[in-house]
Design a protein around this ligand. Structure first.
Ligand code: FES
Length: 387
């Protein structure tokens, strides 16, 4: 794989060291980074978490602070083998340490971005990224007592929440149950154990499916089930649950909690499994009703879409999403999930109207301001976009 042209070696330089020693640098509060704005991040360091998981720590090119809610994600982009590839990764660092931002990435077989990051990203290299987004955050369910459930690399948003909670004080009542394949696959194992030593109410429990190379593992073996949950966390019904992991794990856990009498209103899961995201935007899955509507719309062909800032223009019919039509016209727009979930393709419609069917990637107040998600919006008139 080729290192992207935009990932040239920049070097850490003396700037960050100067800022570290400068009293005024600590007073900065200009930390806004909108999720539709792409910025350049500089890799500060890379560390191994397990045999196939690495943490990549970044700072901004201009020394601006990061601002985000624990649990949010960023969308990183790189040119890999001549193609622009975008991928969402949850932030593993806490917002309480705003000078750097970390993503923790598991190398997946065939994963274009994860393999590229593992093979190429190192201190001094640049990476482009869209600003933080996502609603899987503690503010979606404020509570005095939490239960964090994660499996595999789903640990990352919950790690950001745990680090932030402890940075703000040692008294948050959190039970964190993480499931891994084997003990050597446990991400952040050492740090979580250290954090437990710093906070009495924090309890971390690891469950492994198999012993792997650690036959003397003394923790629970197998999968989380209701009997085990009742034994480990007798007051689980009183806790706000936050869960992140593979789709099958989240489905099974949700069922288990319901069966155990946990209030579903106090259940929050990462709405999308980013690890399984397709890397090129395709048409979102459609229903028969959608198809009928599109057939009717296809009678009106030739909508013009004009990008106000770049001055580019293309035509499309009403059956395709703006994102797909733009791509076909050779006008790449920012995108990641292409399912109306991540918010990366959020764009202001300056003129005209679209029919949007999203999956939570945009907030009502953003819609009121004229923003739309291009990956799940089809034109119903000519359009002028703020791009
Ligand atoms: Fe994720 Fe459009 S690309 S919401």
């Amino acid at each position: 794989m080729n290192i992207a042209a935009d990932s040239c070696f920049i070097g850490q330089g003396p700037d960050m060291l100067d800022r570290f020693n400068s009293a005024s640098a600590w007073e900065r509060a200009d930390a806004q980074w909108p999720n539709h704005e792409q910025r350049t991040l500089i890799c500060a360091r890379v560390s191994n978490e397990t045999h196939d998981v690495r943490t990549f720590v970044f700072h901004t090119q201009d020394g601006q602070l990061f601002s985000f809610e624990p649990g949010q994600f960023i969308t990183v982009s790189a040119e890999i083998d001549g193609k622009e590839v975008s991928r969402c990764y949850t932030i593993s660092s806490p917002p309480t340490r705003p000078y750097t931002l970390s993503i923790t990435v598991k190398r997946t077989p065939g994963g274009v971005m994860s393999n590229w990051l593992h093979e190429n990203m190192k201190a001094g290299l640049a990476l482009k990224a869209f600003g933080p987004s996502g609603v899987f955050t503690p503010s979606s369910g404020p509570a005095a007592k939490s239960l964090y459930l994660s499996a595999g690399s789903g640990v990352t948003p919950l790690m950001s929440m745990t680090r932030a909670a402890l940075d703000l004080g040692p008294n948050r009542d959190i039970v964190f149950i993480h499931s891994a394949r084997t003990p050597e696959d446990i991400i952040f194992r050492k740090e979580l154990s250290t954090l437990c030593g710093l906070s009495d109410p924090l309890r971390v429990i690891h469950i492994c499916e198999a012993l792997g190379n650690e036959p003397d593992w003394s923790g629970p073996v197998g999968r989380l089930n209701l009997d085990l949950l009742k034994e480990l966390v007798p007051d689980f019904r009183d806790r706000e649950v936050f869960i992140c992991g593979p789709g099958g794990y989240m489905d099974a856990s949700r069922k288990m909690l319901l069966e155990g009498g946990h209030d579903p209103a106090r259940y929050h899961q990462e709405s999308f499994n980013f690890a399984e995201t397709v890397e090129c935007a395709e048409e979102p899955a459609s229903t028969t009703a959608d198809q009928t509507e599109r057939t009717e719309r296809s009678e009106h062909t030739g909508y013009t879409v004009r990008l106000a800032r770049s001055g580019r223009e293309f035509t499309m019919d009403g059956t395709q999403t703006v994102l797909v039509a733009a791509r076909k016209a050779g006008v790449p727009l920012p995108s990641s999930c292409s399912q109306g979930i991540c918010g990366t393709c959020k764009t202001k419609v300056l003129e005209g109207s679209v029919d949007m069917k999203h999956n939570g990637g945009i907030r009502p107040r953003e819609i009121e301001k004229g923003m739309r998600l291009m990956c799940c919006s089809r034109p119903t008139s000519d359009l002028v976009l703020d791009l």
